[in-house]
Design a protein around this ligand. Structure first.
Ligand code: MSP
Length: 660
């Protein structure tokens, strides 16, 4: 049965240029919306722009245009960006639209008539940067606690919303609905905020100070506080006043996706506003973390704000989407670097998926004249592969509900890696010489696995998924209910596809950066084939130009090999090593003892992804100090710094198990 699903992003300040944080949130909302559609759910996905407030007024003044002209021009930088990142929002709301301002004024009047909004004189510290008052206690060194800018002492008559009346009700709602705020530690943060005492909320600004906003319907000398205005977009877009049935359908299944910095406005201001209006609360508020650059916040002053457009132009929308979804655990922070984007592309999209498609389509072209082969006799190994893929849709849907997008991608990629292994085990390139029918079954299984992969990964990489399907003579299925193993038609045309996701090379242009990384790698023992050329210009180089195979080393005796004490280890804790780009500090369980290890894998693996993972370590390597930490062992990984890939184990072996 189709369930409805309503998802929203924050509405972005129209003055800002879109950056990678905005792109992340919107792509995550899009990915979730696409997975819900694929599951057969009726879905509504809303995004938009927040267009009132002081900063807009000031920016328009500076340009010598009216605020309306200013926002009419600027909102395009968001509205036109989303389709280029394959974002499929159903609606784009602007807070200057009449459908929104009408709702804001209606609700203001309703609350005023009910005595929920009242006037009083207020004296406090006003921050122009944040467009709000702060109490003496809240200031940090006498400055705005959020922006760090100076504050002004202002006495002013204003209108207040009786937010404090709703503190207990809100506390109970949070406690009674454990999945209302996700991840759970954010709910605790909100409860802590409530414990410190809730005050009434100033919801007006005198026009003498700020004229660009929605006028209060009961006092023409004031405009509405920008947050009170903006939050209402979530209900004005679904026609709360005009179409109660439509509103009810979507509102009862509403999910607000937001960044952790706007948790209070959503979990406290918005929820109490809804309570006062007699409207139900949203189903869920999901707070994601931040993309950091070198472990710190992006900022215009540091000049390190990442523009999603330039990455899209360089690598394509799929690669950017894939990286953002795969490399951040929803709720945690993650470090952004272009090198990590390239590494993720090379290892997962180009190597694992792209190579598989290329191999499969080439074999079909040469053994079956470019047509999906007829099915031949099946063997247990084929059934095993089919069962793995047939089980994936349920796994994916479960992980979507748990918001574990990074993990669902990894599950699918593990299955793709299994197909590569299946080809190695079944050897169609040899079997074809003696048994064409059997070869047909093997390649049919590979193509079906690829079709399942395209459908299941489509919400993350829509372009590549379509291209993949077209190359194997398949079409997209409307929903997962129609995804059946065996539906791929024998005889359908297959085209050789060798360029699904080309490999890229990220070369550090900054000589210092390269030298520092090289030094770090040398110290940490991470494999480095010298891809980062000191002082070389940043450029993309075709895979064929790169020396990917290192020369073989001299032969050793078996006894020499036996000296290596290789073990299975379980990672129990992981964190980044401060001031290092590449290093993670890992706590590992080796069965009979625990150890600390430092490893140069942070460009590819986040600490969250490492915890709980079983890895292979060399346990008898002499300990050595790396960045002041004694590393007691070395983990085994393949690839270079940008595409390092951990060795994985086929099964959950107990920590400490010997490898020989
Ligand atoms: N206009 C308000 C939201 C009103 S919603 C009723 C606003 N806009 S914003 O443009 O400043 O921020 C929008 C979102 O971008 C926030 O959720 C914020 O967390 C997110 N991000 C800003 N920088 C970010 C990163 N570096 N990483 C991830 N997201 C971050 O707030």
């Amino acid at each position: 049965m189709s369930k409805p699903f309503y998802i929203t992003t924050p509405i972005y300040y129209v003055n800002d240029r879109p950056h990678i944080g905005h792109a992340y949130c919107t792509i995550l909302a899009d990915t979730l919306a696409r997975y819900h559609r694929l599951a057969g759910d009726r879905t509504y996905f809303l995004t938009g722009t927040d267009e009132h407030g002081q900063k807009v007024q000031q920016a328009a003044q500076k340009r010598g245009v009216t605020p309306q002209q200013h926002v009419d021009e600027l909102h395009h930088s968001f509205k036109s960006l989303w389709p280029t990142l394959d974002v499929t929002n159903d609606d784009f709301i602007r807070t200057t639209e009449p459908r929104h301002t009408r709702v804001v004024q209606h609700f203001l009047q309703k609350l005023y008539d009910a005595g929920e909004i009242y006037p009083r004189d207020y004296e406090g510290w006003y921050s122009t940067a944040e467009e709000r008052f702060f109490t003496e206690k809240e200031l940090v060194d006498g400055r705005c606690p959020i922006s760090g800018q100076p504050v002004e002492r202002i006495v002013e008559r204003n209108y207040f919303f009786r937010m404090s009346n709703y503190s207990d009700r809100l506390r109970h709602h949070i406690l009674d609905h454990p999945s209302f705020i996700r991840p759970p530690h954010r709910a605790n943060e909100v409860l802590g905020f409530l414990d410190r005492g809730l005050e009434d909320l100033c919801i007006s600004r005198p026009k003498s100070r700020l004229a660009w906003g929605i006028e209060l319907p009961f006092d023409r000398d004031y405009v509405t506080y920008v947050w009170f205005d903006a939050l209402l977009n979530y209900v004005s877009a679904i026609d709360v006043l005009g179409d109660p049935a439509r509103f009810q359908t979507w509102w009862s299944v509403s999910h607000h996706l937001i960044g952790k910095d706007i948790l209070t406005t959503h979990s406290v201001y918005w929820t109490t506003m809804l309570m006062a209006l007699g409207l139900p609360l949203p189903q869920q508020i999901i707070a994601h973390g931040w993309w950091l650059i070198d472990e710190s916040k992006m900022s215009k002053t540091k000049g390190n704000v990442v523009n999603p457009l330039s990455l899209r132009d360089k690598y394509g929308s799929d690669v950017l989407r894939y990286f953002l979804m795969r490399d951040m655990v929803v709720g945690g922070d993650a470090n952004f670097s272009e090198a990590a984007v390239v590494a993720r592309n090379n290892s997962d999209l180009a190597n694992d998926l792209g190579n598989l498609l290329s191999r499969a389509t080439k074999m079909v072209a040469s053994y079956f004249e470019g047509q999906v082969p007829p099915r031949g006799p099946s063997e247990p190994i084929d059934d095993e592969l089919r069962e793995l893929f047939e089980g994936l849709p349920a796994v994916v849907c479960g992980l979507v509900d748990e918001l574990k997008v990074h993990q669902l991608i990894e599950e699918i990629l593990q299955a793709v890696r299994r197909v590569n292994k299946y080809i190695g085990e079944t050897q169609p390139f040899k079997v074809v010489k003696r048994d064409k029918a059997r070869t047909g079954e093997i390649l049919y299984s590979v193509l079906e696995a690829l079709r399942f992969t395209a459908v299941l990964l489509g919400p993350v990489i829509p372009r590549g998924a379509d291209k993949l399907l077209a190359s194997i003579g398949a079409t997209a299925v409307p929903t997962l209910a129609e995804l059946h193993w065996g539906d791929l038609s024998s005889g359908a045309p297959v085209k050789v596809e060798s360029g699904l996701y080309p490999r890229h090379e990220f070369v550090v242009s900054d000589a210092e950066g390269a030298a520092a990384d090289a030094a770090e790698n040398a110290k940490s023992g991470a494999a480095n084939t010298g891809a980062a050329k000191k002082g070389a210009p940043a450029t993309e180089v075709a895979a064929a130009d790169l020396p990917t195979i290192a020369p073989f080393k001299a032969m050793i005796e078996y006894a020499d090999f036996q000296q290596l004490d290789l073990r299975v280890a379980l990672v129990t804790a992981a964190e980044r090593v401060p001031k290092s780009k590449n290093l993670l500090k890992l706590e590992i369980d080796l069965g009979s003892e625990t150890r600390t290890m430092v490893s140069g894998i942070a460009g590819r693996y986040s600490p969250e992804e490492m915890v709980g993972r079983r890895i292979v370590v060399l346990a008898n390597l002499e300990p050595r100090a790396i960045f002041g930490i004694t590393s007691q062992g070395m983990l085994l990984a393949a690839g270079d710094k940008t595409s390092v890939t951990l060795l994985s184990l086929d099964g959950e072996l107990p920590p400490g198990t010997s490898i020989s």
